[in-house]
Design a protein around this ligand. Structure first.
Ligand SMILES: Cc1cc2nc3c(=O)[nH]c(=O)nc-3n(C[C@H](O)[C@H](O)[C@H](O)COP(=O)(O)OP(=O)(O)OC[C@H]3O[C@@H](n4cnc5c(N)ncnc54)[C@H](O)[C@@H]3O)c2cc1C
Length: 397
């Protein structure tokens, strides 16, 4: 092959581009498409499928298993009775995309304090689960009203650079492909946040590079807020139990949640443990941890097998006298998912900075202010609000 051979890269042009394929992107896309059926739009996602942090592990090794390894379900507080959110959730219910999650919640260590526990940020308000898997929920939202063919989906495509030239956005992916559009929606804040510097090995945040300081005060404000936003790292351990593994008691609901109180969490390192009944009737178990020392010990572990045996040992000790949960054999399959940024924390971005008309760019996701901050509720609501703003303003910018 000649050294001069230039590998041709593709250039794609759209009216509107969406970066990210999480639930906020899917909600925005489906609402936007309903009103803009003739527009050419694309969604670009670095992962292999839709869902983002509310996605489902479909393993090549453990066929037929679908374990929700990010958010297992979601809760809606909506204490301000926002009609946009209320109507949207009702629509998801009416279409049977979601159902009320009536699964059992067990508070380990504080069994008598169920009321306090129900007020925790993942359980206040009404709890819902996907009628399918969490990943499929995002897919259903996009498919809704037969809209799937109206949007191009690019998977495995990592956007690494943003430019705004001649009133058009130009996005570059890590393999050199270019995506051009008039409007841009960013549902992840990765390209707006300093964590991108290390991961992309660059010296300027991509949005800052596209729009230099002092060009737009709202972009400057947005980046200032994000400079103060941090993230909770998490690990999730996915356990694929053996054929005969079951509960000790009779329990037929789809999920069962065990929440550890602070002292048990410190001892066993797990935050919550979710049993997920599979279509093939096997029981999957997903354990979450946000204990930093434990996460670091995993990152630095020289022997992953030894680390996994520690997980089984902790699980068996925690449930040794439990009336419902059986011991594991320690030969079950287990896979580990590392979430560098499972949820934003600290500063939330004001919703007033969601739409920057001068640059035809909009933002949504769980990193915006409100009671749904860091949760699916915030992702959905911010996407609905952004779409309303877009509807009102898109003829004027
Ligand atoms: C382990 C865990 C447990 C959780 N538990 C709960 C819970 O119980 N209840 C609850 O409400 N919430 C929970 N959450 C939070 C919830 O999952 C998120 O709030 C929600 O899924 C965020 O959706 P989103 O669309 O805003 O963002 P995301 O799902 O993060 O979507 C953004 C997408 O953008 C993609 N992306 C990023 N950068 C680029 C790029 N440069 N190019 C292309 N694509 C890119 C990402 O891959 C991602 O798919 C949990 C999260 C985790 C990780």
């Amino acid at each position: 092959m000649s050294n001069n051979l230039r590998i041709m890269k593709s250039v794609f042009s759209y009216d509107l581009l969406i970066i990210g394929g999480g639930i906020s992107a899917c909600v925005f896309a489906s609402k936007y498409l309903q009103n803009n059926i003739s527009k050419k739009i694309a969604l670009i996602e670095v992962g292999r499928r839709l869902g983002g942090r509310s996605s489902t592990r479909i393993s090549r090794k453990f066929k037929e298993w679908k374990l929700n390894h990010g958010a297992p379900n979601f809760n809606i507080s909506n204490s301000k009775d926002n009609l946009l959110l209320k109507n949207y959730i009702n629509q998801l219910l009416d279409n049977r995309f979601i159902e009320i999650d009536d699964s059992e919640l067990i508070n380990l260590g504080d069994e008598n304090k169920l009321e306090t526990f129900k007020k925790s940020k993942f359980y206040c308000g009404d709890s819902y689960r996907s009628s399918f898997s969490m990943g499929e929920l995002s897919q259903k939202i996009i498919d809704f009203n037969n809209l799937r063919d109206k949007i191009d989906l690019f998977f495995g495509t990592f956007i690494v650079d943003l430019k705004f030239n001649n009133n058009r956005w130009i996005l570059t992916s890590n393999n050199g492909d270019k995506f051009k559009s008039k409007y841009l929606i960013c549902t992840t804040n990765f390209l707006l946040h300093k964590r991108s510097l290390k991961i992309l090995n660059i010296n300027q945040i991509p949005l800052r590079k596209a729009i230099p300081k002092n060009k737009d005060k709202n972009i400057d404000l947005l980046l200032n807020f994000l400079d103060k936003q941090s993230f909770i790292p998490r690990l999730t351990f996915l356990i694929y139990t053996k054929e005969k593994y079951s509960y000790k008691d009779f329990y037929s609901k789809k999920y069962r949640y065990f929440y550890l109180n602070r002292s048990l969490e410190n001892k066993y390192k797990f935050e919550r443990i979710i049993f997920q009944l599979q279509d093939n009737k096997k029981l999957g178990i997903v354990l979450h941890t946000k204990n930093i020392d434990f996460i670091n010990s995993y990152i630095n572990a020289k022997d992953e097998e030894f680390f996994k045996q520690g997980i089984f040992a902790n699980f068996n000790e925690l449930f040794s006298n439990n009336n419902s949960v059986n011991q594991l054999t320690c030969n079950e399959g287990i896979s580990i998912m590392q979430w560098r940024a499972s949820q934003p924390s600290g500063f939330a971005v004001p919703l007033s900075l969601q739409l920057i008309k001068k640059y035809r760019i909009g933002f949504c996701g769980d990193w915006f202010e409100g009671e749904g901050f860091g949760r699916i509720e915030g992702s959905i609501l911010s996407a609905l609000i952004l779409e309303e703003k877009f509807k009102t303003h898109s003829n004027n910018f």
